[in-house]
Design a protein around this ligand. Structure first.
Ligand code: DQA
Length: 137
């Protein structure tokens, strides 16, 4: 079982930005905790602030499932939405924060419709819960 974790725009700043929302751990530390929690799973981690690069990563993904935190791209990127729709690998949308308890613009996701499911609001555990959905299949 191979799972690709994709983090989008500004997620490289995790641990340094809005610590009250996203916590104090860096993305590398979170990724290490995810890999440790998913023993026996081949985990690949990718982050980019560039919308097109995320589309290319989706197009070329060679794995059983993708866990995607697209960051703010979630709320407006039709390009990422179409890239998800273009591939057959299932994608689960994740957000560390509970986007529905935040600003109105975060309540809209243009990618949810083409994802197999969504996990929001559990901090780094959102990634682990999303990955576990692939193990249940
Ligand atoms: C986020 C929520 C988004 O609204 C925001 O733009 C992010 C992070 C989350 O993980 O909670 O960058 O995707």
């Amino acid at each position: 079982m191979k799972i690709l974790f994709i983090n989008g725009v500004n997620l490289n700043m995790t641990g340094r930005r809005e610590k009250g929302v996203y916590g104090t751990q860096t993305l590398d530390e979170i990724n290490a905790d995810i890999a440790a929690a998913l023993k026996g799973v081949d985990c690949e981690f990718y982050q980019s602030n560039c919308e097109g690069d995320i589309c290319t990563k989706l197009h070329t993904a060679d794995c059983d499932g993708i866990v995607l935190n697209a960051g703010a791209f979630t709320h407006y990127s039709y390009a990422i939405r179409d890239a998800i729709a273009a591939i057959s690998v299932p994608v689960v949308e994740v957000h560390m924060s509970n986007v529905f308890a935040r600003e109105q613009f975060r309540h809209t996701s243009v990618i949810s419709e083409v994802c197999s499911g969504s996990v929001v609001g559990f901090g780094k555990n959102s990634y682990i819960l999303a990955a576990q959905s692939f193990l249940l299949k």
